[in-house]
Design a protein around this ligand. Sequence first.
Ligand SMILES: *[C@@H]1O[C@H](CO)[C@@H](O)[C@H](O)[C@H]1NC(C)=O
Ligand SMILES: *[C@@H]1O[C@H](CO)[C@@H](O)[C@H](O)[C@H]1NC(C)=O
Ligand SMILES: *[C@@H]1O[C@H](CO)[C@@H](O)[C@H](O)[C@H]1NC(C)=O
Length: 572
Amino acid sequence: MATTPTLALFLLLLGVTRAHSDGPAPRRPNFVLIMADDMGIGDPGCYGNRTLRTPNIDRLAREGVKLTQHLAASPLCTPSRAAFLTGRYAVRSGMASRNRVGVFLFTASSGGLPPSEVTFARLLQDRGYATGLVGKWHLGLSCRHRADFCHHPLRHGFGFFLGFPLSNLRDCRPGAGSVWAGPLGVAAGAALRALGACAAALAAARGAGLARARGGAWAALALALAALGVAAAPRALSLGFRLANCVLMAGLEVAQQPAELDGLAGALAAQGVAFLERHARAPFLLFVSFLHVHTAHFAGPGFAGRSRHGAYGDSAEEMDWAVGQILDALDRLGLTNDTLVYFTSDHGAHVEEVSAEGEMHGGSNGIYKGGKATNWEGGIRVPGIVRYPRLLTPGLEVSEPTSNMDVFPTVAKLAGAEIPSDRIIDGRDMMPLLQGHAPRSSHEFMFHYCNAYLNAVRWAPPNETAVWKAFYFTPNFDPPGANGCFSTLVCFCAGDHVTRHDPPLLFDLSRDPGERRPLTPASEPRFHAVLAAMADAADAHARTLDPAVPDQLSLANLVWKPWLQLRGPTVA
Ligand SMILES: *[C@@H]1O[C@H](CO)[C@@H](O)[C@H](O)[C@H]1NC(C)=O
Ligand SMILES: *[C@@H]1O[C@H](CO)[C@@H](O)[C@H](O)[C@H]1NC(C)=O
Ligand SMILES: *[C@@H]1O[C@H](CO)[C@@H](O)[C@H](O)[C@H]1NC(C)=O
């Protein structure tokens, strides 16, 4: 992998400060938890893709247990990751938005995972585990001052952090487009049209002899400058956005600002491997949180232009290679049998992500409807693979409902950590299902949130094969008949952007996994009874929520705050 000189230098510096730990051989399992960003369940070969090459993810599935009804707790990054790390629905920690915007868009926002929340990393660190995070965080940074880092991974139980405090975004790669292109382009277009109308009125007035020539010339110049400013604003904003938000941190230090994407995949993989080497003799937990396969896509020389699926495929295949680097390191260090490896994606593929040239830049959700930002199965049913040779039979497949929140209690139990008893944990220990000891999921009901709004309920009754799913509202796809919300780039959760359903829209996923045919009282005799049971469960769930929990994604917590802005080295 090519690394830029600056990146190489900084990796060298990190190497110098490496700590060597010489503990006893692990008696408790190690954990490597791998999360892709925006990868769809239709992408990995082991979930049925024949053209995207993911041999390393496929190897994990062959050697481990493959989950086919594994669900992200939310269809968006920030809330899904908050739920994953805490084992709790994001509404419980205030990490589910009541606004249109459901994720952090700036490093200098004041919201984030509250210090009062307990992550599995914290539990394991307290039990003597070496804990590390390589890659994306996206759960806030500072609260009140530029470097209080109240939401930082190092404050949430990770002893090591190298990665992006925010997320990879289109603006992080010059030329890859801008997340601001849509709304700002529309605003700039409107402003330019208004200026054009002014110019035309001016010209007409001059023609009618109403304005003196010199005054007219000044006015024309002012209009031309204003037009230039308006036209350049989106580009200037994108550059500023990249500088402010595409930041690579090493611990509490800024390592690169703006971060250089070239060579980054290899560098992050090398950092993951180095973590494993440093801690090979003590119990460890490594969270590998990929920047891939979110836009802006990037891939090193070994992958750029190699896949059959354009820039998206290159990026996905490079990510699979990085998974392989981690698995190879475990083999080399003799750790494979004692390490539980988990692979997932934070939510479904972003179906509306299409490049300016019309190339598909989002992944595949296979047979499932919708994608990222929706609670159709395409938004939440994600790859889920668990390999742990000591206890799990290779090649097993589990089709029962499981959640990414289940990692919390599963990891805690295996590590011998006490689960906090002062709060509700929504995740369930997955081991009985994974070991084939329990035939049914202990998640009888699951609650699917769109931001902070209860969007749908899932019910897998223990005495039936049906998996009922009831929607209280659904997003309005546009154009009508499309499989996403193309004019807004993502679907929204409220207002005119959704259609409410009373009675709720009911599906049986065991018969209709693509959610194509809503049931009716005529097609399903138990229609009303099923909905009544689900409504009771939703009410009981609602009573467990604390309405007073501080909203981390309120407008006041989401906006850019200059006094929180990181100011690190600028790469020449
Ligand atoms: C790992 O486990 C497998 C299956 O249980 C066994 O065949 C193999 O020898 C073990 N490897 C090591 C290094 O212990
Ligand atoms: C395989 O993945 C690529 C990239 O996401 C996608 O275009 C293609 O449709 C997928 N194939 C299947 C069968 O889902
Ligand atoms: C399953 O149990 C529920 C009550 O717990 C009952 O309402 C339902 O009819 C049962 N389903 C079947 C197929 O027996």
